[in-house]
Design a protein around this ligand. Structure first.
Ligand code: NAD
Ligand code: GLY
Length: 367
């Protein structure tokens, strides 16, 4: 069972292969994109013991010469220090301009290994083997790479597209259920912003997804990647359209900031943020009442949280105003137009518009 897509970016175009049990085909996929024979496989101590030996064996069998580079597991290690440790390992092991870097892991490994590939020896080829649902439907596609800075997340980085994304949904079997559900929030996001039919399919197939049925996983990863690819092809460097991928993220980031990074998974915060954004859309007349209900019900069915943690509304407002999307005191928010469409709207009087939503959509508020 395998399906393939193409991200069309001229000479930087690349395939995404999605399937169940397709890890053994990784060597062929890399050879097909003329990936260098010498490969640094960047992974971490959680994913490595599960998949690295197999991946190294598959690569050797296909004629590649791979070596493993381990980075510590966790968002707190997505730093310049860890990046430097990767450079140290590459230099010590004699990796030259004829090498490639392969990320084996979730979004942290993918973002950091991608930035290493973008900058090592002024750029070497890069491939992604994402192993979390979030990485399979979002971070491995589109070329955003980077690390965090003590003053903020993802502040240092580069747009650098991979040559290949190879997704075996079977790797999701070992993923902790909470991580899996967090990834589902991004899947729901694609339905809300771009594809009503996909959203309706998710409403039907939720149980199959939660049971990790391969056919349902492949379809949801493939549609999500296709939607992201369509958007990235039009606006690779986020000059405009790509911002719609941030639906639910503005309030989500505020939740992460106020709750402390790590206590709430990014996808959980996005789920809460999407409900609040959908409530705002409804209050502005962009969506019918039933739409908010459907979004909330689907997220609940996927065991995702739909109410904001109880922080002071003023704290939320302050966090929102610090968002990168604030321009001249107005916040650009992504709002859904019904289900399957969205727009970027400038919200000038943010406090007046958002306070009632913050009050109604907090844990403990009357629904
Ligand atoms: P993560 O990479 O921290 O992975 C979550 C946990 O799951 C980790 O402990 C990891 O080791 C473990 N894991 C990974 N695959 C596993 C598997 N198959 N079995 C068992 N355990 C496994 O988190 P994430 O949610 O994948 O990624 C979050 C990161 O992605 C953030 O740093 C975020 O900024 C970034 N991100 C980037 C983009 C982009 O466009 N580049 C988009 C969204 C998010
Ligand atoms: N995750 C948002 C983007 O890739 O633009």
């Amino acid at each position: 069972m395998m399906t393939s897509l193409n991200v069309g970016l001229g000479e930087r175009s690349y395939p995404i292969h999605i399937g169940s049990g397709i890890l053994p085909l990784l060597g062929e996929s890399l050879a097909a994109v003329c990936f260098p024979r010498r490969v640094a496989v960047v992974t971490n101590p959680t994913v490595g013991p599960l998949y690295a030996e197999r991946v190294l064996g598959i690569l050797r069998q296909a004629g590649f010469s791979p070596a493993e580079i381990l980075i510590p597991d966790g968002e707190e290690y997505k730093t310049l220090d860890t990046l430097n440790a990767v450079f140290d390992a590459l230099i010590r092991q004699g990796f030259d301009r004829g090498c490639g870097i392969l990320a084996l892991g979730g979004g942290v490994v993918g973002d950091l290994a991608g930035f290493a590939a973008a900058t090592y020896l002024r750029g070497v080829p890069f491939a992604q083997v994402p192993t979390t649902l979030l990485a399979q439907v979002d971070s491995s596609v589109g070329g955003k790479t980077g690390v965090n800075h003590p003053l903020g997340k993802n502040l240092i980085g580069a747009f650098y597209q991979p040559r290949l994304v190879h997704i075996d949904v079977d790797t999701l079997v070992t993923l902790p259920p909470r991580e899996f559900r967090a990834g589902l929030a991004e899947v729901v996001k694609y339905g809300v912003i771009r594809d009503a039919e996909f959203f309706a399919w998710l409403e039907q197939q939720g149980p199959d997804l939660l049971e990790l049925k391969p056919a349902a996983l492949i379809k949801s990863v493939a549609i999500s990647c296709q939607i992201k690819a369509d958007i990235v092809e039009v606006d690779e460097k986020e000059g405009g359209l790509r911002a719609v991928l941030n639906f639910g993220h503005t309030l989500g980031h505020a939740v992460e900031l106020l709750s402390g990074y790590g206590s709430v998974r990014h996808g959980e915060a996005v789920a809460m943020g999407m409900v609040a954004a959908a409530a705002l859309s409804e209050s502005l007349g962009l969506a019918a009442m039933g739409d908010l209900h459907r979004i909330e019900n689907l997220l609940r069915a996927l065991s995702l949280p739909v109410r904001l943690p109880p922080h002071a509304p003023e704290a939320y407002l302050e966090a929102l105003m610090r968002d990168k999307k604030v321009k001249d005191g107005s916040l650009n928010l992504i709002l859904n137009r019904g289900i399957g469409d969205c727009e970027v709207r400038k919200v000038p009087d943010l406090a007046r518009v958002i306070l009632p939503i913050l009050q109604s959509y907090q844990e403990g508020a009357r629904a």
